[in-house]
Design a protein around this ligand. Structure first.
Ligand code: ATP
Length: 380
């Protein structure tokens, strides 16, 4: 038996409570048969539903464990509706659960939001003529500053009715995100079209001072990465370019708000929210979560696709393996990925969100049936 990792498990609200238990089930099955490492799960309630019950977003025990003891954190979706049908909010107007989702990113300094955009065989894409061999990139979004930094204000007087959002971009944050992107490219196999290890800086530096600094730093850091090619696109142009030629992209790095927007576009190319995992990664800590939220419209129906959560789990294990220089979790992540790929490729067992295009005639399976099949393949 190898090292024991402590995992904080925060299912959150809505379908988070349905897909995170599936992720946990897959990990238990994977480790039960691997003997390479052991996992200790510490599961805590949190989010809007917990806030409705207790007036707190999570317990003190949950907060302390997650921030100080966990080796890695797995989060579901946050956001609940109250009895009046409205989203549950804290007295300050923020979403109940804000401390968990946004608070952790800030307090644990999770500066890189990493979202792989990979099309798996058997998954419908809206891009005509493109397939799995064309779409395999990773979007790296700066996660701590820029437009989403809470430096904003509103004046509501009759002759001074305006609002502002301060978009500060620092050299320090630009440097570490650029380094993260180049390091990632170094470890990947390059862009699908030509196998060139390429990092594309997506910004609006023809107009914005913050983006000019971001790009300057991107260039400076890139000089040290001889095996990686630097590439550039203005964000508006990139949305067009990626739809026309997704195979050109390998790693894409962008300031916070732009990164957020373009990664939703990326997600749309590879099967939508049920398919997209993410990591919020810092130097010491990391939170892994499916990109989707609590999806109140399908919560409780058993229709949620668990694959985004399972792929987030695989990302978490790979991160643990890298951080602790341990092959065990990486190997297990590989088994989980392999089983997911096999089930998708076969095409028979899939949730309703993937029953589109040439798979429109497939009878949709429930969340747990998909996981059962993945576990079966993993063990087979
Ligand atoms: P939140 O405010 O918590 O983000 P939301 O409904 O605005 O909630 P999502 O939860 O991301 O946003 O859901 C957006 C849409 O995508 C919904 O119609 C939802 O049913 C669908 N969706 C999200 N996740 C999944 C999933 N895992 N499987 C299937 N459909 C999903």
């Amino acid at each position: 038996m190898g090292r024991t990792y402590k995992i904080a498990v925060l299912p959150g609200d809505g379908i988070g409570r349905e897909v995170i238990p599936e992720a946990r089930r897959v990990m238990v099955e994977a480790f039960g048969t691997s003997e390479l490492i052991d996992l200790e799960f510490h599961e805590f309630e949190c989010g809007g539903e917990y806030f409705l019950k207790t007036g707190n977003e999570w317990s003190e025990e949950a907060e302390v464990f997650t921030k100080t003891e966990a080796d890695a954190i797995l989060l579901g979706g946050i956001g609940a509706k109250g009895p009046d049908g409205n989203t549950v909010r804290r007295p300050d107007g923020n979403l109940a659960g804000y401390s968990v989702v946004i608070g952790l990113r800030q307090e644990l300094d999770l500066y890189a939001n990493v979202r792989p955009v990979k099309l798996y065989e058997g998954v419908p894409t809206p891009l005509a003529g493109k397939g799995p061999s064309d779409i395999d990139m990773v979007i790296v979004r700066e996660n701590t500053e820029g437009l989403y930094y809470p430096a904003r204000g509103r004046f509501s007087e009759p002759d001074r009715n305006f609002a502002y959002d301060l978009r500060m971009i620092t050299a320090k944050a630009s440097e570490r995100i650029a380094r993260f992107a180049y390091d990632l490219a170094k470890d990947r196999n390059g862009a699908p079209v030509d196998k060139v290890k390429r990092v594309t800086c997506v910004d609006k530096s023809n107009l914005l001072a913050g983006c000019q600094l971001f790009r300057e730093i991107f260039d400076k850091i890139g000089e040290k990465y001889k095996g990686v090619t630097k590439d550039y696109a203005y964000v508006d142009a990139w949305t067009l370019l990626v739809v026309r030629k997704p195979e050109y992209y390998d790693v894409v790095v962008a300031p916070n708000a732009f990164g957020d927007i373009i990664s939703d576009l990326g997600g749309a190319l590879v099967g939508g929210l049920g398919m997209i995992p993410s990591g919020n990664i810092g130097d010491k800590h990391a939170v892994f979560e499916p990109v989707h939220g609590s999806a109140p419209d399908i919560a409780g129906t058993g229709q949620a696709n668990p694959i985004a959560a399972l792929l987030s789990t695989a990302m978490m294990l790979e991160w643990l393996g890298k951080k602790f220089e341990d092959k065990g979790p990486v190997k297990t992540a590989g088994r989980i990925r392999g089983a997911i790929e096999e089930v998708l490729r076969e095409g028979k067992i899939r949730t309703q969100d993937l029953c589109l295009g040439e798979w429109a005639g497939v009878k949709p399976s429930m969340t747990q049936q998909v996981t059962d099949e993945i576990i079966r393949k993993m063990k087979g």
